[in-house]
Each structure stands twice: as C-alpha cells, then as structure tokens.
Design a protein around this ligand. Sequence first.
Ligand code: NAP
Ligand code: MG
Length: 499
Amino acid sequence: MTLKIPYEDQLHADTVAFLSAQPKQLLIGGRWTPSLSGKTFVTNEPSTGLPLAEVYEAQPEDVDLTVADARAAFEKWRKVTPYQRERLLHKLADLIEKHSQVLAEIETLDNGKPIGAALNIDVPSTVEMFRYYAGWPTKIEGGVKPVSIPNRLNYTLREPVGVVGTIIPWNFPLSMISWKLGPALAAGNCVILKPAEQTPLSAVYFCELAIQAGFPEGVISLLNGAGEVTGAALVAHPGVDKIAFTGSTEVGRLIMKAAAGNLKRVSLELGGKSPHIIFDDADLETAIPYAAGSIFGNAGQSCNAGSRLLVQRKVYEQVVEAVANSAMHIRVGVGMDVGTDMGPLTSLEHYQRVTRYIELGQQAGASVRFGAQRPSGVPQGGYFVSPTIFENTTDDMAVVREEIFGPVLVATVFDTLEEVAQRANNTPYGLAAGVWTRDISRAHQLAGMLAAGTVWVNCYYQFDPSSPFGGYKQSGFGRDMGHEALEQYLNTKSVWVGL
Ligand code: NAP
Ligand code: MG
C-alpha cells in the first residue's frame, strides 16, 4: 500500500524514513518479521482520518512462536548480571532521549495529541521512567530470616516471574511502554508487548531503539494486532507467566477470566471517573487551571482525568465560569501545529462514543455550560470535539456515572464534607481524586475518606516514577511505578539450609 505521509514537510527526516518503510513488522526472537499469515491492518491519522501506516497483525500462530522464543531467551537473560541490566536500561533511556523529536512526531501522528505535549511530557517522562528503573537491578535483594528452628539457615531470593505479556492502551502509548517494561525488565523478565491497534507505531520505533541498545534477542518482543485476536491469544497462552494490562474495566474483566487457565498473574490498571473537589476556602487561582487541565488535557483521554467537578456552593458559580472561560480559550486543532492545545480524539470509534455521550447528557436533561458542538476551523474528517461542560446533572445520569474518556466535564455543587465524600465515592471506580482546601485537617480527613488509589491535595495530575499509581474498586489492582510495581514482576523463593 502506498500512503501519503501527512504533514510530511513538517517532519524530521527520520520520521519520514520510518513512515516510508511499510508494512511495519512484528519483532519475534529479535528479528523483524511479517505475520505468518501476511495479514495487516491500517492505523489512521486522527486529524484527517486518513490512513497513516500499514502494520502486520499478529495471529495466534505468531503469538505461539513469540512465546516459545521468549521462553528460550529467558533462560539466557536470567543469567545476565544486574549491573548489565542496568547498563542496558540506561542505554535505552539515552537512545529514547536522543530520538525525542522523532518519537514525539510518531506519537502525534498516530495518537493525535499536540506535538508540544508529546515532546515535553510523553517522551521525557518515558526517559525518566526508564532511568528510574535502570537504578533498580543492583538493589533488588532478598533477606536472611530469623527462623527459630535450630541449625537451619533460611534466606529469600527475588527472582523474575519469567515471560510477561503486556497489553497497553492508545492514550499514552509510549509512556505506557515505560510503565510496564521499566519494572519488568529491571526485574529480569522477558516481555511481549501488545500495543493498541489504534496506536501501534511508537512501539515499533521504540523496539528499534531497544535493539540498538543491545537487549538480547527475545528479551523484548512486539506483537501488533487486535485485542480480541493477538491480545486474547497472549492472555490465554500457557507459556506466559504474567499479564500487565492498562485499558478499560470491561476488557480487564475478560483478561482476569482468560488468565485463569494457567493461573497467570494479572495486574490491571483500568478506567476512572475521578472526582475533583473544590472547597470555598481553596486557592481558586491555582485550583481553576488544574480543574480545567485535569479534564481537557490529552483531550480527556486519561484514566485519571478529573471528570467530575464538585464545587462548594459559595464559589460554585465563580469556579464554573472560570473553567468555562478556560475551555473557551483552548485551541482545538491539528496535533502537528505548534499552537494547538487540544488535538482530535484518537480514533473514529472513540469519537463516536464520546459524541454519543454528549448527546446522552443533553437528552437526560443536563444543561450545556460550554461546548457540545464540533469546533470550527478544523480539518474535515478529523475526530475533533470541543471541550464540553455539563451542569444540572443528577448523580444517576450516564454522563456522571460512566467513563467518557473525552473532554467532557460534569460540574455539580455540594455543601458539606460528609456529603461530598459520599458522592465522590458513589462510583464503581476508584482511580484518583483531587481536593482543594486551605483547611489542613479537612484535607487530610478527606484524603482518608476517599476510595481512590491516588489523592491529590492542592494539586492534580502529578506523576513521578517513585510514586505508585493504581486503582481501588473496579479501577483495578496492582500498581504501576515505584518499588510497588517492581514487586509485581518478582517471585520470592524461600531457601532452607540444614547446617
Ligand atoms: P480497551 O479495549 O480496553 O483496550 C486496551 C487494550 O486492550 C488494547 O491494546 C486492546 O487492543 C486490548 N484488548 C481489547 N480486547 C482485548 C481482549 N479481549 N483480550 C486482550 N486484550 C484486549 O480500550 P479501548 O477500546 O481502546 O477503549 C475503550 C474505553 O476504555 C475508553 O473509552 C476508556 O473508557 C477506557 N480506557 C482506559 C484506559 C486507561 O488508561 N485506563 C486506556 C484506554 C481506554 P486493541 O486496541 O488492539 O483492540
Ligand atoms: Mg492511529
């Protein structure tokens, strides 16, 4: 298939070269290869809806081959010293940093996000994550246990679980690679990566860099393809020891069931409908841009988006007016244009889903404070929606209860701390929450009362490789980042010695 490269004159020569070489292949046993069946799929450029690249689609027989190669590679990889693993991870981080511009352009073209965000957030946070985990291999230790049986020595060994399959979403493709591969590789596992079919490309470039860094054959494999085919085959495979997943709660449930076959370990980072709570004593000047940024950043396609804004009565009107004003000033446009604040949604299917929710909200009687129409001046065929704010909602409406995963905010008023805690927790999700107040006892009280894996007080959207992130309730279990994530890629062996 010959495809025209969109925005070609704005791209780095290496990006053009990368996009010109198609179809994109699978990485199996350290070799780039077509799928055995020759089957391919196409990924689109979201600002135009036009095809961007053709990619080989891994089928179950490709998954079988990959798992066999990864198992063989693991037997060698487990003998590589911790120091060597550190060196490889550092080298990989350096290469990602060196190729920042190309990676950012690939991410923008495939996902739709503004190039500034890709360049200043996605790529540097990926580098930082790999550097953080590069520090770990030489610090993973077992311990000597104070057992009370005479003449016995007992100690523990920390060992990699083996072959890890990781299935990631399309909202932050490159960062998600680092959240999973950082700890998995630091712990000494082999990894098979299955990106989302909407955004397969940055993973291909990433794997080219991993080969350059010197990772041995079969330690990192790449299987692009469809969730129900490639993903499902990986999850069901008896040769895979663990699945690390980020995506929807619905697919998370399917994965848990499918993993039962060989009782593989599972960690799930799923959806959210996070409350963002502003009390009337808050520093509003700081809180308001965070309230807007937490839902409109990445076009709302973040699992931790602050999608429910709860504002105390006295300042409700002032806050919502200011958030609507921020929404009005957001420049919605093409990701490759440097002036763009918010790009299109990532796929047509997702565009249809988000616009349907906007209709549902109106049909249910919510009032539109801002947005709910197609932005003007954007290319035909692109998946653009306006930042949208609903008011006068009730807590049982779909737009209040369900994860929309788009730039759609529901704003409501509250009176007391008890009321807001109860309403904030009145959701099947429990990923994150934000609290704004100058009253420190109220802040800490509420931090304790909220059923969420992350609580941000007088800030929002803070991530650091050292701080664990993950869900309560149906937002999943297990943690990304920190030593908590590392634990999930390690087994503990207890060794007894008769003296
Ligand atoms: P999704 O279906 O959960 O996709 C996430 C990943 O799982 C993708 O790589 C997908 O592959 C794969 N997958 C799908 N079905 C699978 C199966 N049966 N077995 C194994 N893997 C499977 O998410 P989506 O459809 O892209 O988005 C739907 C909703 O999920 C969003 O609107 C949002 O609410 C939520 N979501 C949450 C996050 C998050 O960060 N927590 C991220 C993305 C989406 P393919 O894409 O190739 O089919
Ligand atoms: Mg795409």
